[in-house]
Design a protein around this ligand. Structure first.
Ligand code: NAD
Length: 307
């Protein structure tokens, strides 16, 4: 089947294109390379279509004869969205609307979209289950709420088959450390291997529910193959939170080195705790089984150590 992955040259996209190609799909990665890299598709049979997902003609070209769309293309990062809220909205909210319209024009393609745990925002309840109220604390979180609800609205009103996943903190190979909005695990590993102190915003007791990227991609491939839909958003995480200080300890053990930590002020828009409820995920994907954090971290360290 032809599968289009928007944001296919990004971190999750590159890993997903690899898994989709390996399972026999004809994969087109649509990416404007604003954050993604063509090299992320090296060694896969995926075709890179360089273009903007906000452009209807580009989407029509990409979606022609496609059997599924995985919409990952977006401007990530909470802090970046505080600097460029309108651009975040344009790429993430308007961009999703363009993707849904193109999926409709192409005859109603099964569409999987990437939302985020940031939609829970200031909601204090733990674990985060999908029936909780959403209270985004950043323009990024608000744009991801728009992403999932535009997609689900197209399902409710226009019968488009849709699945909206809420990713939590995904990590693994291809995730870059070399920009100011880099995620915490690549930042920590890169600093540790370079002999620099690890920067922690706040006291380090904030928790994150990390998911290894292969687990996320395997679940998406399964959803593509079985054309899974849901009328509600679905957490794609497993309720295994660790604090950033616990993460530092684990990295010290795996790297077998003492790591220095610099504490800076907490960042605006960051949530305190993250812990996913996974009941809905297991209902839809009973066979899913996450790669343990320790094993995922080891593979990620090995990837960073490659010449
Ligand atoms: P990423 O930045 O590596 O990938 C996003 C890709 O989208 C990039 O390759 C970028 O070049 C591309 N892109 C952005 N705007 C585009 C546009 N207008 N047209 C075409 N391409 C465009 O990020 P990622 O970590 O791989 O995230 C993938 C998706 O998952 C995003 O939607 C993100 O919001 C969501 N998500 C990620 C995480 C995580 O922990 N990584 C957590 C929650 C949600």
């Amino acid at each position: 089947m032809k599968v289009v992955v928007t944001g296919g040259a990004g971190f999750i996209g590159g890993n997903l294109c690899r898994q989709l190609s390996a399972s026999g799909h004809d994969v087109v990665a649509l990416d404007n390379l604003s954050m993604g890299r063509a090299e992320n598709l090296d060694g896969t049979d995926a075709t890179l279509l360089e273009g903007d997902l906000c452009d209807p003609d580009t989407l029509d070209q990409a979606f022609d004869q496609a059997g599924a769309v995985v919409h990952l293309g977006a401007m990530g990062s909470v802090p970046r969205s505080l600097e460029t809220p309108l651009l975040t909205h344009h790429n993430n909210a308007t961009g999703t609307l363009q993707v849904m319209e193109a999926a409709r024009r192409a005859g109603g393609i099964h569409t999987i979209v990437a939302s985020s745990s940031s939609v829970y925002g200031a909601t204090p309840d733990l674990p985060k289950h999908e029936s909780l109220p959403t209270r985004p604390m950043s323009p990024y979180g608000a744009s991801k709420l728009a992403t999932e609800w535009y997609a689900l609205a197209y399902q409710h009103s226009l019968d488009l088959p849709v699945l909206a996943f809420r990713f939590f903190n995904v990590f693994g190979p291809l995730q870059p450390a070399d920009h100011i909005y880099a995620a915490v695990i690549p930042r920590f590993i890169d600093a540790a291997l370079d002999g620099r102190a690890l920067t922690v915003y706040g006291d380090g007791k904030q928790s994150r529910d990390f998911t290894y990227v292969d687990t996320v991609c395997a679940t998406i491939v399964d959803a593509v193959n079985r054309q899974v839909t849901s009328p509600e958003p679905v957490n794609l995480a497993f309720g295994q939170p660790v604090t950033l200080l616990e993460l530092v300890d684990l990295l010290q053990e795996l790297l077998d080195m003492e790591l220095a930590v610099d504490h800076l002020e907490p960042r605006a828009g960051d949530i305190r705790h993250s812990d996913a409820a996974s009941a809905r995920l297991y209902e839809l994907f009973p066979d899913t089984s996450p790669v343990p954090l320790r094993a995922g971290l080891q593979t990620t360290i090995d990837w960073f150590r490659q010449p």
